[in-house]
Design a protein around this ligand. Structure first.
Ligand code: UYC
Length: 232
């Protein structure tokens, strides 16, 4: 195993994302020594914004039952690897934890709840948003939610991914829905069972945004300044 570790350690640190993506599960198979390399990797990269590669390494440690891994995360990354910044005093720990175990369905529900919390008590009671509320939502908080989704989904899910696809289609909704798996032919995908709650989903499939009351809320979300401003 010592040999295996050495031959994986170097490409984990210096390899391309594709190589890193393949190496992380191999290290996970190698027990404590493999986990040590993942811990070292996360510490080394912690000054830089977390990417989905960090997310993969973090998830291996988070989902391991090895005590050293648990202790490492408790002391070095108690709130995960995405800074849980909020301008509105909102706690994103529950979202972080659901995404760390890739429970995308529960994370999707919590995302809707947090978006309502961000808009205030009347939106929380209503359980859905007005587009005017979305326009006034904090960019910092939206970026936190989005970064959590990106980092824990191999960069596949998140509002910024949806925005990128939407823009690439010239903001054409009818082309957009099938592209992200929300409509097939004339049929809307039915909530919740017809949606794909794992990484086999198309890019941009999650998080969901109920279209029952029209497209304006989603349009406001995808047009929000949070996505054109540099993250702070
Ligand atoms: N649902 O079909 N959706 C709900 C989606 C529509 C409907 C929730 C997404 C089309 C009803 C979420 C799509 C439609 C409810 C989503 C989708 C429809 C409901 C839970 C593809 C009928 C019960 C959160 C665009 C043709 C609740 C919430 C209610 C719920 C998401 C029906 C996350 C992405 C147009 C009847 N759907 N939704 O908001 O409000 O309740 O009555 O989008």
């Amino acid at each position: 195993p010592a040999n295996d570790i050495d031959s994986l350690r170097r490409p984990l640190i210096a390899g391309s994302e594709k190589v890193q993506q393949q190496i992380i599960p191999q290290l996970a198979e190698l027990g404590n020594e493999g986990l040590d390399v993942l811990m070292e990797f996360l510490l080394k990269r912690r000054e830089n914004p977390a990417t989905w590669i960090d997310g993969k390494a973090y998830q291996v440690l988070y989902n391991s039952d090895v005590p050293q891994a648990k202790e490492f995360l408790r002391s070095s990354f108690p709130e995960g690897i995405v800074p849980l910044k909020s301008e509105c005093g909102i706690n994103y720990n529950s979202l972080q934890q659901l995404l760390a175990v890739q429970d995308f369905q529960a994370a999707d529900r919590v995302t809707i709840e947090k978006m309502c919390e961000l808009s205030g008590p009347t939106a929380v009671q209503r359980k859905w948003l007005y587009f005017t509320e979305v326009e006034n939502t904090s960019a910092v908080d939206l970026q936190t939610i989005n970064n959590l989704w990106l980092v824990h989904s191999e960069g596949k899910f998140g509002f910024s991914v949806q925005r990128e696809i939407w823009l690439s289609l010239g903001k054409n909704w009818e082309n957009f829905w099938p592209k992200i798996g929300w409509k097939a032919g004339n049929n809307w995908t039915r909530y919740p069972n017809e949606f794909t709650w794992d990484l086999s989903a198309p890019r941009g499939h999650l998080p969901l945004s109920n279209q029952l009351r029209g497209v304006r809320v989603f349009a406001s979300l995808l047009s929000h300044p949070a996505w054109s401003k540099n993250p702070e």
